[in-house]
Structure formats: structure tokens, C-alpha cells
Design a protein around this ligand. Sequence first.
Ligand SMILES: *[C@@H]1O[C@H](CO)[C@@H](O)[C@H](O)[C@H]1NC(C)=O
Ligand SMILES: *[C@@H]1O[C@H](CO)[C@@H](O)[C@H](O)[C@H]1NC(C)=O
Ligand SMILES: *[C@@H]1O[C@H](CO)[C@@H](O)[C@H](O)[C@H]1NC(C)=O
Ligand SMILES: *[C@@H]1O[C@H](CO)[C@@H](O)[C@H](O)[C@H]1NC(C)=O
Length: 439
Amino acid sequence: MKLAAALLVLCFLCSLQQRSGAQSCNDAGFSDGMSYEVCNPLSVLNSVLHYTYHASNGTVDIAYRAWQSASGWVAWAINPDGVGMIGANAFLAFHNGSSVMLYTTVFTNTNPAPSDITDGNLTFTVHSRMAEYSSAGGYYTIYASLDLPRNRTSQSTVWQASTSFSGSVPFGHAYTGNNIISTSTMNFLSGQSTSAGGIPRLHRKNVRLYSQNSLREFALFCSNSDADLLLRLPFSPFAFCVLNLFPKTVLHADSHQIHGVVNAISWGILLPIGAIIARYMKVFKSADPAWFYLHVACQCSGYIIGLSGWILGLQLGSDSKGITYHKHRNLGIAIFTLATVQVFALFLRPNKDHKHRLFWNIYHYAIGYGVIVMSIVNIFEGFDILDPEKKWKNAYIAIIATLGAVALALEAVTWPIVIIRRSSDDKAPHAGHGENGYA
Ligand SMILES: *[C@@H]1O[C@H](CO)[C@@H](O)[C@H](O)[C@H]1NC(C)=O
Ligand SMILES: *[C@@H]1O[C@H](CO)[C@@H](O)[C@H](O)[C@H]1NC(C)=O
Ligand SMILES: *[C@@H]1O[C@H](CO)[C@@H](O)[C@H](O)[C@H]1NC(C)=O
Ligand SMILES: *[C@@H]1O[C@H](CO)[C@@H](O)[C@H](O)[C@H]1NC(C)=O
């Protein structure tokens, strides 16, 4: 209840904020005589989205108006599977000489070549499209009628503006300030838009605004009741929500980065921590049975979060037709299979004193350590594929090195304890002990 109330207040504050700095809807005459039901001033880059959603056939008519000099270009895009530029299905309006051009282009990476900027098909159907420039008003207007991808009323949108060209096609834009926060989740049914809006870093107020916005994104995305989306990607909204807990990252996160971060945290950090807890905490009798619950909590949350990252990975694999990273994919499938076996083996665990318990323990350690080693290897495979900024890889190396150092130190501390206990156990074989199979 409290959370819901807090979210409502935040939404209200944010909508106030948005209404202030944005372009207004007053100047809304359209040359085709159309009128649109909803007008949504966008938070940055002097632009406004007008639209009408037709529930009967799942289409939307949009008019995107952006104030820009005639020598510049503007773009508006829907990103069906991610956030930001990678995967954006864009409408680009620009001048070639005196004629206004409109291209539809899908961006597959953030660093396209000029030859990639062509007029092609989008991943969803566009029924009609047109662009014009008003010299009097100083704005472009992009008109389009399109099928909302997968019939989802909530879509991730992104828009852009620049004056730089290569040859006669739009090419390049600023990667700072408003140009990297021009994304929002647009709900075409309710007319709501939530944007990453207005956050030049380092300002307290803006950091606060950002966290409000990401909370809103979080709430909207997590509560997205779109059955189709949920069926298709049962866990990726969850993965997205996890990522939303890491402000700033999400500003330019796309599905690949989400997949990377979620998997590195779950398979690459939580599981090793859980293993360290099991191996070293249980040596201390006073930590029994706390170590067991901590271990299970770590491995289960790692597995569940990892499952969402894994499903997102499968999705990315099936979306990128033609390119398959066989090693990464096969390792991923092997890791997940073994981890699932491990989870189910929990239910088959023989009693502590059962004569087969030793075999179960050996099996449990072998698969457990195997999964962790393979996960770490696969995370580095992922780094090679995604090739993110060096700092990400370095951060992960630092975390793994720290965990390794902690494990080594604990190894040194716990060995004497185990040896002393073993020898005293030998002298008193009937003293029941809680130390169950420290291998
Ligand atoms: C969708 O429905 C609306 C109104 O019902 C109609 O105006 C529009 O032409 C339809 N679009 C398509 C592509 O059928
Ligand atoms: C979207 O949903 C509408 C009705 O809700 C349906 O008529 C239409 O065919 C659907 N479009 C697609 C592409 O599935
Ligand atoms: C721009 O116009 C020139 C000459 O009319 C033409 O050769 C060129 O292909 C056009 N460029 C684009 C991107 O349409
Ligand atoms: C775009 O789609 C149409 C119809 O589906 C097809 O005929 C055309 O070849 C496609 N164009 C490109 C560039 O793929």
C-alpha cells in the first residue's frame, strides 16, 4: 500500500515535471487535415508525439513533430525488444536538396556505416508514411500508420535529432546530454509516457529525478499486463526490473546488455558466493544450519535471476538470424541444464547418515563447481561477443578475483580446524557431529 501510494505521488511529480520543460501541444495543425486523439510532449529534443490508437485492429496513427533547422534531421523509432538505439525501428526525416525524405531503417548496432542508412522494411508493418517540413514553423512532421509490434500497447520508443550527414543521408549524432536520454516507454492505450528524461549527471536534483523516473519505468514495466509479452518472455520483464535497480546503466541498456548484466550477477557472482558460503561457513559449528539456508538462498536466487537472463539469451539468439555464437550458446545450454539437475537433486538428497550420502555429496560438488567454472568461462565469452567498455570486464575480473582471494584466505583458516576435528573424531568415533561430508 505504502509503495503504491509512493509510486502514485512520484508519478504525479514526474508528470508535472514533464509538462513543464517540454514543447506544447498548442501548435497542432496538420497539413493532411488529420486530428489525433492524444498529444504527448516528449521530455527532450523539442518534440511532440500525436497519435490515435485503433484497438479494433491494433494499429496506431502517429504524427511526430520535431523542431529542427531545415539542414538537420529528426528521427522517431519504436524498439520492439530493447531500449535505445540497438533494435530501433526508425523513421528518419531529412532534406535532400529541397525535397523532404523519409526513410524507415532498423538499427542493429550503435555504430552503423553510412551505407546502412537505407530505406528498408521495418520489423512491423507500416501501412502509410509521409514526412514534411514547415519552414514557417521550423519543424519536421513524420506521419505514419503502423501495426504496434506484437500488438503490445506499451512500446519502448526512442527519438533523435542532429545536423550531421554523410553524403546525403543522416549520419551521427551527439552521444551526450539530451541525445542519450531520449527514450521512453509509451503506453498507446492509456496515453501515458514515461521517459528517462532530463538528467545531466552530477546534479542531486537530477539524480533524484532519475531515480523517480526509473521507479516509474520499473513499475510500468513490471506491471505490464500484456499477456502476449509475458507469455513470450516470461522472465525478461523481471530481468529488466533487476537491471532497473542499477541507475545510469539502464540509460543506454539494450537487451544484450541486460542479458549480460543479469547473467554476470546471477551465474557469475551469486553462485560462487553461495559455494563459498557452503564450503567455509559450515566448518564453524555455530553457523549450522544458518550456512545451509544462506547457501540455498544464494543458489536459488542465482538460479531464478539466471533463468531470466538465460531466457533473454535464447531470445536474443533466435532474434539474430544468421549469426550464432555456438560456443556461448552451447555452454549456456549446458550450464542451465546442469543447474536445473542440481536444483532437482536437492529433492533427492539422502539423509545425512545415509550410506549413499557420500556419493550424493561428490555428485553435488562436481556439478556445482562445474557449473560455476563454466559460467565464468561463458561470461568471458559474452564479454568477447558484446565487447562492452573495458571497465565492465575489469569490474567483473575484480569481483571474481576478490571472491577468489576470500576463498583462498578461508581455505587457509579452515584447514587447521578441519584437521583438528578429524583427529578428535577419530579418537571418539561415536561423537555425533554436524559436519556433514566436508570433502
Ligand atoms: C484500423 O482501424 C481504423 C479505425 O477503425 C481505420 O481507420 C484504419 O484504416 C484501420 N487500419 C488498417 C491498417 O486496417
Ligand atoms: C491485434 O489485435 C487486434 C484486435 O485486438 C486484431 O484485430 C489484430 O489482427 C491484431 N494484429 C496483429 C498483428 O496480430
Ligand atoms: C539526393 O538527391 C540526389 C540528386 O537528386 C540523388 O542523387 C541522391 O541519391 C539523393 N540522396 C538520397 C539519400 O536520396
Ligand atoms: C520489403 O517488403 C516487401 C514486401 O514484404 C518486399 O517485397 C521487399 O522486397 C522488402 N524490401 C526489402 C529491402 O527487404
